[in-house]
Design a protein around this ligand. Structure first.
Ligand code: KIV
Ligand code: ZN
Length: 506
C-alpha cells in the first residue's frame, strides 16, 4: 500500500489541550474544513465523556459524507454503546477503543493483570464489531510496554475483528529508531498483522511527534494520527501539516502519498487557531507567519532569482495567501467577489455585502489590501456566532500622563443602544471594563495575543483572546487596523459565544 491514511484527531485529542474551547458549532465548522482538506478519518470526539461531545459527534456523523467519522470509547460496554449511538448515522462510522497496556498503567492506575487486560481488549473489540466493521484498537502507552505483550494484544484484537491497530506513544517518550523498531517488530511477530492497518499516534513531549510518526511510516505503518497545528494533550500531537508536507515534499524519499488537498492546509490551520484561541508561533513549520519569509539579503537575492534556491515548498501549495496581489480603494464589488472566489470563498449575498463593506472601510485606511488582509477580514464573516450584543462604538483616551478611559456603545438584544464608560490600567482594560458594565457576565481573561496580519504601519492587527467563565473557556477573535478596536471586537466575539451557550442552557 503506497497511501498513508490521515486520521485527524484535532476534535478529540486536539480539544484535550488545556484551555481549548470548542462549541458544537465550532467542531462542525472544523470537521467541514477537514473534509475539504481530504482527511480520511475524522475522530470527532469521545461521546461518553460529556453530553456536548456526544452531540458534536452525532452532528458531525450526520453532516460529513466523504471522510470516515470516528468516535472514541474506553474499553467498557457503556462507552462503546454510547460511541456507537453517536456515530451510527455516519456514512463510514468507526469505533476506536483504547485500553492501557504498560505495566506502569496496569500497576498504578488500573490495578489489573496483563491477562485481564488481554481478555477485556478482546471482548470489547468483539462488542464494537457487532455494530460496525470498522473497529480500531489502541493499547495505550504502547511505547512503554514490553513489545512481546503488545504482539499478544495485537494478535488477539485483530482476531476479534479490529481492522486498525493503533500504536500510541501516549506520553511522547519514544525515540524515532526505538519506535520504528517497535513497529517493525509488530510486522514480524504478529501472525495476522496483514489483516489490519497499523497506525501510530505520537505525542510531542520531547518534540519528536512528527519524527516518530515518519519513522513508523518508513517501517510500514500506513495510518498516522495527527492534529492541525499539532495541538493536543500537554505538548500536543504530531502536526498534520508537517507530516503531510514531509511526505509530499520528500516523495523521492518516502514514495508514499496521502489524500490531502494541501492547498487547504493554511485555511484549516487558521480556523483551528481562531476557534481554539491558540495562536500559531511565527516559526512554526509550514503554517507559521515566518515559514515563507526570507530575511537575510543573500536568501532574498536567491529567492528573487529562483525560488528553489531557498524554498523547498511553494507557499501556494499549502494555500498561503499571496501578499503581492493587491486590491485598493478603487476596486469594485465584482473584483472583490472574484478575488474571494480565487481564494476559495463562496459567500451568500448577505455575507458578501458585509464583507465588501468591511473591505471598503479597510481600503480607506490602508493603501493596498492584500490576500492576507482579505482572508483576515472575512474570517469574521465566516465565524458562525449569533451576536447577542453588537459593538457599535468604541473610543479611548490614554497616554503616559492620562488615566486610560474608554467609552463603548453596544447594541443590545432588544436592538437598543446602551453606552457606558470605565477607567482601566491600560486602554484595553478600560474597554473591557466598560463592556463588562453593560454585559454583566462574570469572566476572567486568560489569554490575549495580538499580531499583525501583514507588514507595515497600516497593517491589520489581529487579536485572539480566551476568557473563562464557570470553568468553561471561550475564544474570541477580532481584526482591525486599530488594535484597540480589534481587542474590543475579540472580547465581544468571546462574550457572544459565552452568551449563546448560556441561552441554550437556559
Ligand atoms: O495518547 C493516547 O494514547 C491516546 C489514545 C486514546 C489513543 O490519545
Ligand atoms: Zn493521545
Amino acid at each position: 500500500m503506497d497511501k498513508v491514511i490521515i486520521f485527524d484527531t484535532t476534535l478529540r485529542d486536539g480539544e484535550q489541550a488545556a484551555g481549548a474551547a470548542l462549541s458544537v458549532q465550532d467542531k462542525l465548522d472544523i470537521a467541514k474544513q477537514l473534509e475539504r482538506l481530504g482527511v480520511d478519518v475524522i475522530e470527532a470526539g469521545f461521546p461518553i465523556s460529556s453530553p456536548g461531545d456526544f452531540e458534536a459527534v452525532q452532528l458531525i456523523a450526520r453532516e460529513i459524507r466523504k471522510s470516515s467519522v470516528c468516535a472514541l470509547a474506553h474499553a467498557n460496554t457503556e462507552a462503546i454503546d454510547r460511541a456507537w449511538e453517536a456515530v451510527k448515522k455516519a456514512k463510514r462510522p468507526r469505533i476506536h477503543i483504547f485500553l492501557s497496556a504498560s505495566d506502569i498503567h496496569l500497576l498504578y492506575q488500573l490495578k489489573k493483570t496483563r491477562e485481564e487486560i488481554l481478555e477485556i481488549s478482546r471482548e470489547m473489540v468483539a462488542r464494537a464489531k457487532k455494530y460496525t466493521d470498522d473497529v480500531e484498537f489502541s493499547p495505550m502507552d504502547a511505547s512503554r510496554t514490553e513489545p512481546a505483550y503488545i504482539y499478544r494484544i495485537a494478535e488477539a484484537v485483530i482476531k476479534a475483528g479490529a481492522t486498525t491497530l493503533n500504536i500510541p506513544d501516549t506520553v511522547g517518550y519514544a525515540m524515532p529508531q526505538e519506535f520504528g523498531d517497535l513497529i517493525e517488530g509488530i510486522f514480524k511477530n504478529v501472525p495476522n498483522i496483514r489483516k489490519a492497518v497499523v497506525s501510530v499516534h505520537c505525542h510531542n513531549d520531547l518534540g519528536l511527534g512528527v519524527a516518530n510518526s515518519l519513522e513508523a511510516v518508513q517501517r510500514g505503518a500506513r495510518q498516522v494520527e495527527c492534529t492541525v497545528n499539532g495541538i493536543g494533550e500537554r505538548a500536543g500531537n504530531a502536526a498534520m501539516e508537517e507530516i503531510v508536507m514531509a511526505l509530499k515534499t520528500r516523495s523521492d524519499f518516502y514514495h508514499l502519498t496521502t489524500n490531502i488537498d494541501t492547498t487547504q492546509i493554511y485555511k484549516a490551520s487558521r480556523l483551528v487557531s481562531e476557534l481554539t484561541g491558540f495562536a500559531v508561533q511565527p516559526n512554526k513549520a509550514i503554517i507559521g507567519a515566518n515559514a515563507f519569509r526570507h530575511e537575510s539579503g543573500i536568501h532574498q537575492d536567491g529567492v528573487i532569482k529562483k525560488a528553489i534556491t531557498y524554498e523547498i515548498m511553494d507557499p501556494k501549495s499549502v494555500g498561503v495567501p499571496s501578499s503581492s496581489l493587491v486590491l485598493g480603494k478603487l476596486s469594485g464589488r465584482h473584483a472583490f467577489k472574484e478575488r474571494l472566489a480565487e481564494l476559495g470563498y463562496i459567500m451568500d449575498e448577505e455575507s458578501l455585502k458585509h464583507a465588501f463593506q468591511a473591505f471598503k472601510e479597510l481600503a480607506d485606511k490602508k493603501r493596498e489590501v492584500t490576500d492576507r488582509d482579505i482572508e483576515s477580514l472575512i474570517a469574521e464573516e465566516l465565524r458562525t456566532v449569533t451576536e447577542v450584543y453588537h459593538l457599535d462604538h468604541v473610543e479611548v483616551s490614554c497616554g503616559n500622563h492620562n488615566i486610560p478611559t474608554a467609552t463603548v456603545r453596544l447594541i443590545g438584544p432588544d436592538g437598543q443602544p446602551v453606552a457606558d464608560a470605565a477607567l482601566g490600567t491600560g486602554p484595553v482594560d478600560a474597554v473591557y471594563e466598560a463592556i463588562n458594565r453593560i454585559v454583566k457576565v462574570p469572566n476572567k481573561l486568560t489569554e490575549f495575543t495580538v499580531k499583525s496580519v501583514t507588514e507595515g504601519i497600516d497593517a491589520i492587527g489581529e487579536v485572539l483572546i480566551r476568557i473563562e467563565s464557570n470553568g468553561v473557556n471561550y475564544s474570541g477573535r477580532g481584526a482591525d487596523t486599530d488594535i484597540i478596536v480589534a481587542s474590543a471586537k475579540a472580547y465581544m466575539n468571546a462574550l457572544n459565544r459565552l452568551l449563546a451557550v448560556k441561552k441554550v442552557k437556559k
